[in-house]
Structure formats: C-alpha cells, structure tokens
Design a protein around this ligand. Structure first.
Ligand SMILES: Cc1ncc(COP(=O)(O)O)c(C=O)c1O
Length: 425
C-alpha cells in the first residue's frame, strides 16, 4: 500500500487494526534480541573441535615452542592463512589474540601517541578527524571518539563511500588522518566496495602525508551464497599508486571460529608491520600461540576456512531469507520501508520512513524485541533522518525470527501511520 495516497479514513482504520495486533503481542511477554551480530550456538558448535584438537605431544610448533614466550608476529601457519585470504605476503601479517577491534584500538592509540612511520604523534596536533562512511559500524566510531578524534560523516552508496566527497575532504584538510572502511559486506549496509572505489581510495591525493585507511575486512570470507562477490585487493592498488603505507588491514576468525577465542590479525606494508611490532614489543611478549596452533590445525589453510564458511552460510542464510521474505510480502510496494538484501556479512540494513526509526525502536522494545539502538550506525549516535535500523538475525531461532518480524512490521506500520496521520491533521 502506498500510504501517502490513502485517505485519512483509510489510514486511521489501518492504524487501529495495527494497534489491535500490537496490543495482542504485548500480552505474549516476548524477549528477543536482534541487536548485535553474534554467531548462534549451532555456528559455534562447528568449531568445537578447537577445544580438543591439541595434545601435549603436538604442542611445540617448529623451532619455537608455542607454550613459551616469544613470536610477537604470531605463528607462521596463521599468518599464512590470513595472508592468503587478504592477498598479501605472510611477512606482512601480524597474527594476534582474539579481537581485531582491540588491534584497531591499539593501532589508533599508537598513531595518537607515537605517530606512524615517524610522523608527528596525532595527539600533538590541534585537531584530528576521521571520515566515517555511514551508516557504519558503531564501534569504529566509538574507538575514534575515545581518543577525541572528530568524526566526519560521509555517505555510503551501493559502491562504497561516495568518493567525490571523500576526495574533496582529504585533499583540502590535513587534519583528516583516517577513514574507517568495512570494504566487504559492510556493517550494516552489506555493500562491497567497487573496484573503482578501492582504486580511488588508494590513489587519492591527501593533504595529510600520514593519512591511513583503516580497512576492516571483518566479513571477507562471509558469503551467504555460492555466488561470490569479489573485492579488489587494496594493497596491490596502493603499491601501484605508490601509497604502499596508506592501508592498515584488519581481520579475525571471530565469525569463522569462536568470537571469544579466535585469532585476529593486522596486515599492511612491511614498514607498517615493523613499526607496529616496534611498539608492540613493549606491550606483550607474544600472543596466545597455543590457540593459534589449534586454529592452524583446525582450519588447515584458506580453503579450509572457505569450506567452514559454507557451513556457516547454510545455518544463517535461511534466517536472512526469512526476514527478507516477510519484508517483501509486507512492504514490497509500500512507501514506508526499504531494506538491503545482502549477499554476505551479518546484517540487514532497514530504512523506515524519515522521522520514524526511533518510534519503531520504542515500540519494538516495549513489545520485547531489542534492535540496535537507533542512531548507533552513525557518528555520535546521530541519524539525522531518523530512518536507519540495523537488524542482526544470526543469533535467533526460526520461531523467534517469525515473532521478531511480526513485531518489526507492526511497529513500522504504527510508527509511520502515526506520522502520516498527524501530518494530515
Ligand atoms: C565491521 C566489524 N569489525 C569488527 C568487529 C569485531 O571483530 P572482532 O571480534 O575481531 O573484534 C565486528 C563485529 O561485529 C564488525 O562488525
């Protein structure tokens, strides 16, 4: 139904029907959380073997004993797996402990405190700004904010960040030191950056010599379908553009094996790796190499990772499809909602009529459905259009998803109808 074309009577009647449905839902004491992208237990079970794969007889790996101190760069077998996935050489990878977000935080902190490759420490400058393609990943924004970095929102479209805007900003403002990017199956839009966007990021002229791309490849192997989406190798583009040190890459096995006990990585030019290691050596005497060995034995190689990811996809694809089917049935021809239909990653990005997302959030919350706080997908929690809602369907079962969809649809209709009716008064 195109709501805007309806008479006031029709709209009021629709609103009454939806409120009746909503009252019914309130009595059901629902409690469902689709706010964060977490694997479900069936997915975690795929990696249970990690708990038992090692025995004391296999523990020492090569010359180094994984039980002991040392090996700041991580175990070569894990560096090789990440290198293969990211399209770089193993010596360009540092394999660490479980969280890539922590590695991103540490990298930003290091740039603030020490600069990068000999540049002025960023915290000695009057102002530091980061570009934030939005909607984007809330924790990227909060990491930068935690260091007093000013967040500059730039729009993202189906090809990635809008490059005319990005280029105009970075060429004219030397206080812009970084850009956050989730280049494949972006959180939350599901967008994969086009070849042209990757190229332009690599070669754009920047006023700051020490400008860095924070290339968070959290979803690089997280396809939902056999149809693969390819992402151009930004490191190669940087080499060609003679901006080899511009990109800091991150990834992890959080949504491959176990988020709480996985392996994360930093990758970049050899100079960047050496720079990071030169600071890390004061921070730690080495990562958890026992866990890295277990991962290397369990995953075997990049093909092993891809085979495991197919099993994940089989578990979570139906959950995405269930939501998309409901949204198609309910809103295909409507003027109040649109959504992404991602080919990978962990999220559906759902946009409701401008000015209605917060109301949808409140209605869902009261009915027992927790969705990501509206605004979180934008810097400073400010979605000026009050429209974007992030849906994370993975950690729910089918019954919960049916109910979650019912609540989301009903809340969307109520919020939008209320707005249209009040504007018609
Ligand atoms: C884009 C993105 N980067 C990083 C992370 C967190 O990664 P890790 O578990 O390796 O810290 C997430 C988690 O949802 C994410 O969506």
């Amino acid at each position: 139904m195109i709501y805007k074309d309806q008479t006031k009577e029709v709209l009021e009647n629709e609103l009454k029907i939806e409120k009746g449905i909503y009252e019914g839902i309130l009595k059901e004491n629902v409690s469902i959380d689709i706010s964060r992208g977490k694997p479900c237990s069936e997915q975690l079970d795929l990696s249970n073997e990690l708990m038992s794969i090692l025995s004391t007889t296999v523990l020492p790996a090569g010359a180094a004993d994984v039980r002991n101190y040392g090996g700041l760069e991580g175990l070569m077998a894990m560096r090789e797996i990440f290198a293969d996935i990211l399209g770089v050489k193993p010596n360009q990878v540092i394999a660490g402990d479980n969280s890539s977000l922590k590695m991103m935080y540490d990298t930003v902190q290091s740039c603030m405190q020490f600069g990068t490759l000999g540049s002025t420490p960023w915290n000695k400058l009057d102002k530091v700004k980061f570009l934030c393609p939005s909607p984007g990943y809330d924790r990227h924004f909060t990491v930068a904010s935690a260091f007093g970095i000013e967040l500059v929102t730039v729009p993202i479209n189906e090809f990635g960040p809008v490059m005319d805007i990005v280029e105009a900003l970075v060429v004219s403002d030397a206080s812009i030191k970084g850009i956050w990017c989730v280049p494949k199956y972006s959180n939350p839009t599901g967008v994969t950056f086009s070849d042209e966007v990757v190229e332009r990021l690599a070669k754009m002229e920047c006023a700051a010599d020490d400008f860095r791309i924070f290339w968070d490849n959290a979803y690089i192997v997280h396809d939902l379908y056999d149809e693969k989406v390819t992402l151009k190798n930004i490191y190669n583009s940087c080499v060609n553009a003679e901006t080899t040190d511009r990109v800091f890459m991150f990834a992890s096995t959080s949504k491959i094996t176990l988020p709480g006990a996985g392996v994360a990585c930093f990758a970049g030019s050899e100079a960047n790796v050496a720079d990071i290691i030169s600071r890390m050596k004061f921070q730690t005497i080495g990562p958890n190499k026992v866990n890295q060995l277990a991962h290397a034995q369990f995953l075997k190689d990049a093909d092993g990772v891809r085979a495991l990811m197919k099993k994940h996809a089989d578990i979570i694809r139906p959950k995405f499809q269930a939501i998309i089917n409901v949204l198609e049935d309910e809103f295909r021809d409507s003027d109040i909602a649109s959504w992404s239909n991602p080919l990978g990653g962990y999220f559906i990005s759902y946009n409701v009529m401008t000015g209605c997302a917060k109301r949808v959030y409140e209605l869902c919350k009261k009915a027992g459905l927790v969705i990501t706080t509206v605004g979180d997908t934008y810097p400073y929690g400010r979605d000026d259009r009050d429209s974007n809602i992030r849906i994370a369907p993975t950690c729910t079962n089918t019954n919960e998803l049916d109910k979650a969809c019912q609540i989301l649809v009903c809340s969307t209709k109520i919020a939008c109808l209320e707005k249209i009716v009040s504007e018609n008064e």
